[in-house]
Design a protein around this ligand. Structure first.
Ligand code: PFF
Length: 450
């Protein structure tokens, strides 16, 4: 099959809303629900949120549009998309796909923890507010050599099942159900949280910026969070864009997706931080915030078990709509390039990613003493390679490719559907993609290596 046949036979999203939900589903995940609240907590609350917004507008929207343009123009997976325009640039897509695959390996481990916490909430394991008891429940689970791997396998199987269904049959169908459900559950928990006695401190902490807290570290944390949260630099948005029809309004989509992502992150912040303040926990508590602190919070609430169950189901939904996009990036490559059937590709890639994730799981317990890069355990090393090395490299070269190699004129032609729709911010976007975004990313990359 040649490229043209491939493009003609390519599946497309069944509807406009289906695409937006799927792309927003990729963006909204553990990054919003688990990472955003504690990163905000550690970086001055409102100050972080303010900088996050600024970077979101300058870099997030810019790269989102760039990836959608590239995917829709070529109608190909990330590697082939670059190759089709400039043969020599295929490796940039390769970096993205590699990053998405590495991320998926440890994302599945954390996803497995979430599945376990759903089971725990159903069996009423969190009837105590004692943080010591709750942290030992958490630590006992993640250090166990076998159990977390079983749950990781369950998470991979759930991801695989959805991806096998194909674009409109699988990803789109589930996103249509899962995303609105996620939003509704989030609002319910948020309402409960902000009405707790003492919650106002947490609301103020998150929403009132303390300008004196803004420094290089806060900006770096915010930039990294924008990348991870929007699924940028991974080839994922390129891949999703490749399933878009030629009449789609790309500038509009590249605005809507970050908007939905940000609303969910803020809802998560408002669901978690006010409750943390109300019960006197530490807002900078880090990764344990969801798994240790929140069950304590839920146990102090009427209908706490129901809230706990709802919350972890919600986290699982969000993690799944992200993990399916992570898997889809490599499945789409193997299907396009190696001419493998979607089913076979999905099975093989899922199995390998499961194996790749096992050391990340073991690194929490029996292998915790083994260090790989920079004194980090296996899971953190994978995260470091993907998030701190591959992601900024991929993002930076995406800007250079669109802004300087392929050219703004070609990109804008695609963005405006050959001039059929208007794009008022075209000049501003061109400036951002050529200058602002690559320079900002370069700074993060250098800082990340320090
Ligand atoms: N954006 C997802 C989150 O916030 O959890 C994670 C993610 C998905 C990152 C897909 C990268 C990616 F390509």
């Amino acid at each position: 099959m040649n490229l043209n046949d491939q493009q003609q036979n390519r599946e497309q999203w069944g509807s406009k809303v289906g695409f937006i939900l799927a792309a927003a589903g990729s963006a909204v995940g553990l990054g919003n629900l688990w990472k955003f609240p504690y990163t905000a907590g550690q970086n001055g609350g409102g100050a972080f949120v303010l900088v996050y917004f600024a970077i979101l507008i300058l870099v997030g929207f810019t790269l989102m549009l760039a990836e959608l343009i590239l995917g829709r123009h070529t109608q190909l997976n990330a590697i082939s998309a670059y190759r089709k325009i400039k043969e020599k640039w295929a490796w940039v897509g390769g970096i993205g796909i590699l990053a998405s695959y590495l991320i998926l390996s440890f994302y599945s481990v954390i996803g497995g923890w979430v599945v376990n916490y759903i089971v725990k909430s159903m069996t009423g394991a969190f009837n105590t507010a004692d943080t010591e008891v709750l942290s030992s429940i958490f630590v006992n689970f993640i250090t166990n050599p076998i159990q977390p791997i079983i749950y990781q396998a369950i998470f991979v199987i759930l991801t695989l099942g959805i991806v096998i269904g194909g674009v409109s049959g699988g990803i789109e169908k589930y996103s249509k159900i899962l995303m609105p459900g996620l939003f509704v559950m989030m609002v319910l928990i948020m309402i409960r949280s902000v009405t707790l006695p003492g919650a106002s401190e947490g609301i103020k902490y998150l929403l009132l910026p303390d300008f004196s807290k803004i420094d290089g570290n806060v900006m770096l944390a915010a930039l990294g969070q924008v990348f991870f949260s929007l699924s940028l630099g991974m080839g994922v948005i390129i891949t999703y864009g490749s399933y878009l029809g030629k009449d789609e309004n790309l500038p509009q989509s590249s605005f809507t997706i970050p908007l939905i992502d940000t609303i969910i992150a803020l809802l998560a912040g408002l669901a978690i931080l006010p409750a943390v303040f109300a019960f006197g926990f530490d807002p900078a508590g880090g990764p344990g915030l969801i798994f240790i602190t929140l069950p304590a919070v839920f146990s102090q609430m009427p209908l706490g078990n129901v809230f706990a169950l709802l919350f972890f189901l919600l986290v699982l939904f969000a993690a799944l709509t992200s993990s399916i996009s992570l898997l889809e990036a490599s499945v789409s490559y193997v299907v396009d390039e190696w001419k493998m059937s979607r089913k076979k590709a999905t099975f093989i890639l899922s199995f390998v990613v499961f194996l790749l994730g096992v050391p990340s799981s073991l690194a929490q317990g029996p292998w915790s003493h083994i260090k790989f890069i920079r004194g980090l355990d296996f899971l953190d090393s994978m995260d470091f390679i993907a998030s701190n090395l591959l992601l900024p490299i991929g993002g930076f070269f995406l800007c250079i490719f669109i802004g300087w190699v392929w050219g703004i004129e070609n990109a804008l032609k695609e963005a405006t559907n050959d001039g059929k729709i208007s794009f008022k911010l075209a000049k501003f976007w061109a400036f951002l993609i050529k200058w602002v975004a690559p320079i900002a990313i370069l700074i993060v990359f250098i800082q990340g290596l320090k």
